[in-house]
Design a protein around this ligand. Sequence first.
Ligand SMILES: [Zn+2]
Length: 152
Amino acid sequence: MLAGLARWLRAAGYDTALAPTASDDRLMLAACRAEARVLVTRDRHLAAHADESVRLVLLDVDGLDAQAAQLTAALSIDWVRAPFTRCLLDNTPLHPATPDERARVPPRARDLPGPFRACPCCGRVYWPGSHVRRMLSRLQQWQARARLARDT
Ligand SMILES: [Zn+2]
């Protein structure tokens, strides 16, 4: 339900697991407990069935910007914590791209200042092209808004 937000949390550098669509609530809660994860959900039913052993944030707003703001208020997220250090697809920490991995970057992007990073799990290579820069500026916006909300 929150796949979009999960992707952005990974972009900010947070270890973010995404539950499969048809997960069993009890198994999901047990996994959160075992891995000491905060459960972020839109599911009121699930939230009502969790006990205090799982830290839970119930999001009840629509839209990515609003969800990010609500999450930030609940967990003081640092959206510029370690941008683009985790794979957006599978959450694996990235490593500096090897020469072989860098060779997979499109020619027009090879001269960028970097960093060039790669995912050891799926092999995806990340570089600071326009897409990453656009995402980064949105993370910075959220961070600025969070700072403003804390200061007022
Ligand atoms: Zn990956």
